[in-house]
Design a protein around this ligand. Structure first.
Ligand code: SF4
Ligand code: SF4
Length: 448
């Protein structure tokens, strides 16, 4: 079996983003493989733990991909102050005699954004609404590369590394089965410091908010890089609860057209046409959204990577251009309007270097600075008695169950497969036990 077949058989999907199936992403011709170790969201420590403790395995996986796909250049990209991680990787690269480079990035946000990291490492600008492959690059993050390493040993992707931090007694990096409940993970981190709290699945900037009432349904998926426990009356919870009508009204009455959101937008700074202040201006006129969908500024909302810089850091009026872009992207999608590239040339803004946002200041603006310097070094491995494994943990269509209620499964058994011809990934049992329910997710209970 070739490496792409092994990756597909193990059900590996991108751990750092939306869960694009890795065996599909790696199909193509590339002249540069970038291993993304920037872990640019404040508070996350998962990839750093892997780089410190699994450097040899990462190098082995990277070399295997390089050789199988004939990629001439391979680069680990990480922050310049990740000194221990750099040292561990350099030592593993030396031991393997491997032609792998290290690129040390400044500590800015969003250094780990795919298009940003491609520019930082290669000086190439990915076209608007394009993929890194259009400029010969493929980007996989460190956790994905470790899952590739395991797939090379025929170990399916069933265990997930993630950071649990914030308002918990003992912030920790966990290794738990996919499908473990958030509640269990929080207990493994010593429990929450308050009775009620707001949880974020992922980083404080781009992670998905989970209100306290929704906590019982939240489980670790293949893409969960962190669980943040934050105050229920904190910045992030308050930010998430502003509804879109209220936000549009505020945009109409309070946007002062200062252009800060555009000046600091990382996609705009790469030379893409996205200008959030112009989108806000168009909406401020009060025209119904449906009538604006063919406007070129509005269509540029499709270039937004939802990094949150505009609303968390840039806007002096507390407005939410990102939230509005998310609403517009959905409206454009529903109307079947795709981004049409009209430009043929893209030049990064001359002031881009000066407008990079220091991660530490961003953490302060995002209301998470009190957790920013937590030292998290330990790994805790645990297996709960029950897992609930969603069937839609990847981009594409949900996987189709291959088990029924009552079946006994061993850890690593296939329990769901992609539909014939559809984009998707295989899903495996993450614990040994009996299947208790099958629906949009599969629940397995051990000891039954
Ligand atoms: S979220 Fe804001 S800053 Fe980020 S890409 Fe979108 S418009 Fe630009
Ligand atoms: S930063 Fe805020 S106030 Fe300024 S143009 Fe953008 S949305 Fe309007």
């Amino acid at each position: 079996m070739g490496i792409l077949e092994k990756i597909a058989a193990a059900g590996v999907v991108g751990c750092g983003g939306a869960g694009f199936p890795t065996h599909v992403k790696l199909k193509g011709q590339f002249d540069c493989l970038i291993v993304n170790g920037a872990e640019c969201e404040p508070l996350l420590r998962t990839d750093r733990w892997l780089m410190r403790n699994k450097a040899a395995e990462l190098v082995e996986a990277v070399l295997a991909v390089k050789e199988a796909l004939h990629i001439p250049r391979v680069v680990f990209a990480l922050k310049h102050h990740y000194e221990e991680e750099s040292a561990a990787l350099r030592s593993a690269i030396r031991a393997a005699g491997a032609p792998i480079e290290l690129c040390e990035l400044e500590s800015f946000y969003p250094a780990g954004d795919e298009q940003t990291i491609v520019y930082e490492v290669t000086g190439r600008v990915v076209p608007p609404a394009g993929l890194p492959s259009e400029v010969g690059c493929v980007v996989d993050n460190v956790a994905t590369m470790y899952a590739i390493y395991e797939s090379m040993q025929d170990v399916p992707f069933t265990q997930k590394y993630l950071t649990v931090t914030g308002e918990v007694r003992s912030p920790v990096v966990l290794r738990v089965p996919v499908g473990t409940s958030f509640r269990h993970c929080i207990e493994l981190a010593g429990g929450a410091l308050t009775n009620r709290f707001y949880t974020v699945a992922g980083g404080p900037m781009m992670g998905r908010g989970v209100p306290y009432e929704g906590l019982d349904d939240a489980v670790v998926t293949k893409t969960t890089s962190a669980i943040l426990v934050l105050p229920e009356d904190g910045y992030r919870a308050g930010h998430d609860t502003v509804d879109i009508c209220h936000m549009l009204n505020r945009a109409r009455s309070a946007c002062i057209q200062c252009t800060q959101c555009t000046q600091l937008c990382p996609r705009h700074l790469l030379g893409h046409g996205l200008q959030p202040h112009r989108i806000m201006r168009k909406l401020a006129a009060g025209t119904a959204v449906g009538e604006l969908l063919h406007d070129s500024d509005i269509r540029n909302a499709q270039l937004c990577c939802e990094c949150g810089v505009c609303e968390v850091y840039a806007c002096p009026m507390g407005l939410q251009p990102r939230k509005i872009n998310v609403m517009l992207k959905k409206a454009l999608r529903d109307a079947g309007i795709k981004y049409q590239r009209t430009e043929t040339h893209w030049e990064p803004n001359l002031n881009r270097e000066l407008r990079k946002i220091p991660t530490e200041r961003l953490a302060s603006r995002a209301g998470v600075y009190q957790y920013y310097n937590y030292e998290i070094r330990e790994l805790l491995c645990d297996t709960p008695e029950q897992v609930t494994i969603p069937l839609n943990m990847h981009i594409g269509v949900p996987a189709v169950p291959t088990v029924t209620v009552g079946d006994v499964v061993q850890k690593g058994d296939v329990i769901a497969c992609p539909q014939e011809g559809a984009l998707g990934a295989i899903i495996h049992a993450s614990i040994t036990g009996r299947v208790r329910s099958v629906g949009t997710s599969i629940t397995i209970v051990s000891g039954e």
